[in-house]
Write a protein that binds this ligand. Structure first.
Ligand SMILES: *Cc1c(COP(=O)(O)O)cnc(C)c1O
Length: 374
């Protein structure tokens, strides 16, 4: 899908280059496996593997040993199935009437989340029970069996009879806040659910949940964001490896004078003579407009502040501190990299790394790094 959206042009003609390090994704997977010990590690690859490309990320994780993949929507599952012939693919948003054949045809597991969905699947599978999962809401009030419906199952376990239940799962609302009392409350509720639901395996932890400790691990974890290098332990050093870098080209350089203003609505006014570099990315590429006047890039070791509003296709930097020999049209400015991480950019924008990654533009020239031997 990504590859066909824009024709491939040579890297030296690209306005911006997004490098995606698939080796780092595999390393992150192994890091999480190591932390989990004997517990299995699945992978959440919804939203096109958080913007990195599910068709590229999926096979790399499968080779690293991953057997369980989670997507949000059925179309993501159908697409992933083409890249992964044998893995279990779980569709988190569940089942609705009319979708049964598609689940069956592509060998996808619906994550059932209500008595209505359970009835639909049982009815569809009346001759041969096809595998499925059950999501139990433990306090997020978003997806999964609501408490009153869970009680009905406790009172009448026959409601689940005839289901081929692979996983019982639930999702943590505050896993990234280690001190939140919501974590132990959800844990206690999930233990109750697990005792009642006759599923093969229990799955509870997302990325941050893995770092809450072994009590939270159960049989199989479901990390997403940590695989892609965003810090699952906010406030502590990032145990994961970065997976993306973004470099964008200077298209023009100009000199502004004291009193001039930069960009739409003149939100940045110059208080002295300033060298300005205009760079070929904008909010249409996922450089969020909320980064206006609040972010930075780097040219080599030189930090360059983003000044003025982010436009659709362009942004402007104050490059006054950069030596002239480094300033010319075609020069690269590092937007995401070791000096300014996805987490840093998220901080600048007042958002989370998830939103930065899933917003990454489709116009970027993408270069995937994948070693033969990994
Ligand atoms: C997105 C999602 C995950 C993965 O969460 P991360 O914080 O990215 O690790 C796990 N489980 C469910 C149900 C999800 O929706």
């Amino acid at each position: 899908m990504i590859d066909s959206l824009y024709p491939d042009i040579p890297e030296h003609l690209a306005g911006a280059v997004l490098r995606i390090d698939l080796d780092a994704v595999a390393t992150n997977y192994r890091t999480l496996c190591h932390r989990l010990g004997d517990v299995a590690c699945g992978a959440v690859v919804k939203a096109d593997a958080y913007g990195l490309g599910a068709e590229r990320v999926g096979p790399v994780l499968a080779r690293a040993g991953c057997q369980d993949f989670f997507v949000a929507h059925i179309n993501e599952g159908v697409r992933l199935r083409r890249a992964l012939a044998t893995a279990r693919i779980h569709v988190l948003s569940g089942l609705y009437s009319g979708a049964e054949d598609t689940f069956c045809e592509h060998n996808l597991l619906p994550v059932l989340g209500s008595l209505g969905e359970i009835a639909l699947w049982k009815n569809y599978c009346s001759t041969a029970p096809l595998p499925c999962d059950l999501h139990v809401d433990t306090g997020m009030l978003r997806l999964g069996l609501p408490t009153d419906e869970f009680r009905k199952i406790v009172d009448n376990p026959d409601l689940l009879a005839g289901l081929n239940l692979q996983l019982v799962l639930s999702h943590l609302a505050s896993a990234d806040e280690t001190a939140s009392q919501q974590n132990p409350r959800q844990l206690a509720a999930f233990k109750q659910a697990r005792a009642v639901i006759p599923a093969g395996q229990a799955s509870f932890s997302n990325s941050s949940g893995i770092f809450l400790g072994p009590d939270y691990h159960f049989d199989i974890a479901r990390p997403g964001i940590a695989l892609y290098g965003v810090n699952p332990t906010p406030g502590k050093p990032n145990p994961m490896r970065a997976t993306v870098t973004l470099n964008a080209r200077i298209v023009q350089l100009r000199d502004g004078h004291a009193g001039d203003s930069v960009g739409y609505s003149g939100t940045h006014r110059l208080d002295k003579a300033t060298r300005i570099a205009t760079v070929a990315v904008g909010y249409a590429d996922g450089v969020l407009r909320s980064l206006s006047n609040r972010s930075c890039g780097h040219i080599g070791e030189y930090r360059v502040p983003l000044i003025g509003r982010v436009s659709m296709d362009l942004i402007t930097f104050d490059v006054s501190d950069v030596p002239d020999c480094l300033l010319y049209p075609g020069q690269w400015i590092e937007m995401i990299g070791p000096r300014h991480t996805v987490d840093d950019m998220a901080n600048d924008a007042g958002t989370i790394g998830y939103e930065i990654l899933t917003s990454l533009g489709r116009r970027y020239h993408r270069v995937y790094k994948e070693s033969e031997d990994v």
